[in-house]
Design a protein around this ligand. Structure first.
Ligand code: ZN
Ligand code: ZN
Length: 354
């Protein structure tokens, strides 16, 4: 059943987590969570997960799409407001305690729901589905691997087109277009192409800045495929490597390799962060590493778990995480190296190979 209908298996697992917190119905409103649990990709809809039969509450625009995309879910086409219909559906299903996603429902929606619920108790929950999403199943891993393949191929196909005098934006457009030509839905996030000293901005947006000979270009990009993301960072050099990069690039690479070596089931994410941070600190670049080491990745580019200072989340087999230390020297240079890893019982498998 797991391989034939992963969504039904995910809903079954969620029901076990719900039972653990005393919730017999969960009103899922986060779009990515709805997709994860039902394969439905429409908007303005809610998924009520409960024992027996789960229901997707949608409207006439999406009813046909919902029938096509989902299996084993009752489609409720609403005639009243979304929250009023959700409340009526929960009451009809005899839900006693209805969980709502605290991060995804607005205050107004929660008020409308409460007004229509009658005696059903409302219970806000945080990150319930997101915690389940941390560990990827086989169907998800297969898609992520394909997204990574497109991401890497697009980069290799873009490099030969880069010439001094082109703008960051022009290069970003070539990379984005190539990902789409290779089958991606689009970039998973706004592609970063940062030339020269602009590499010191960890989230630089591409500009009209022209690329010069003898400069480094920092690329941070990834394809989105069937809802899933890839995320990679590499440096390229135009004609030659500036001396400062000969010094800081190997430091970042060693920091990354040391951290990667720590990635395995049972490790705390904060411990992995500390390895890279400690190494850069020992080489007098602790303050120049100005963000966390990495993050989980799946339907969202940034999702749980976070690999950051002091975070106690334990890595588990099946998690997909980035490891991306960096050194940023404002106005001068920036290096970040980012790879994607699959956590396994005994260690990890690298999903990226550039
Ligand atoms: Zn990235
Ligand atoms: Zn990242």
């Amino acid at each position: 059943m797991t391989s034939r209908n992963p969504h039904a298996a995910r809903r079954a697992e969620l029901l076990r987590h719900m039972a653990g917190i005393g919730v017999d119905g969960l009103l899922v409103s986060n779009r990515r969570n709805i997709f994860y649990l039902s394969a439905f990709r429409g908007e303005d809809s809610l998924l009520l997960v409960r024992r027996g039969r789960s229901q997707l509450i949608t409207d006439g625009r999406f009813s046909e799409q919902a029938e096509q995309e989902t299996r084993g879910i009752e489609i409720v086409v609403r005639k009243k407001g979304l929250m009023a219909t959700a409340a009526a559906t929960a009451r009809r299903g005899k839900v006693a305690t209805l969980g709502i996603e605290a991060e995804a429902l607005t205050v107004a929606q929660a008020e409308d729901l409460r007004a229509a619920l009658g005696r059903t108790t409302l219970k806000p929950v945080r990150g319930l589905v997101q915690r389940q999403r941390m560990v990827k199943d086989a169907a998800e891993l297969a898609v992520i691997r394909r997204a990574v393949a497109i991401t890497q191929r697009a980069f290799l196909d873009t490099l030969p087109h880069i010439r001094p005098g082109m703008t960051e934006m022009e290069v970003a457009h070539i990379l984005d277009r190539t990902m789409i030509e290779l089958g991606a839905e689009g970039p998973a996030f706004e592609t970063i192409v940062a030339a020269g000293e602009r590499g010191s901005l960890p989230h630089a947006r591409p500009t009209e800045r022209r690329i010069r000979s003898g400069e480094a270009i920092l690329f941070d990009w990834g394809a989105r495929l069937e809802g899933y993301c890839a995320d990679l960072t590499r440096l390229a050099f135009v004609d030659r490597i500036p001396p400062i990069y000969r010094r800081i690039y190997p430091l970042v690479l060693t920091a990354q390799r040391r951290a990667v070596a720590q990635v395995r089931a049972g490790r705390k994410t904060g411990e992995v962060d500390a390895v890279a941070r400690g190494y850069l600190k020992a080489h007098r670049h602790g303050k120049d590493f100005r963000h966390s080491l990495g993050h989980g990745l799946g339907l969202d580019v940034h999702e749980a778990p976070s690999l950051a200072r002091g975070v106690e989340t334990t890595l588990r087999a099946g998690m997909v995480v980035t490891v991306e230390p960096g050194i940023y020297l404002p106005g001068r240079a920036g290096v970040r190296i980012e790879d994607l890893l699959l956590v396994t019982r005994k260690g990890h498998a690298s999903l990226t190979s550039l």
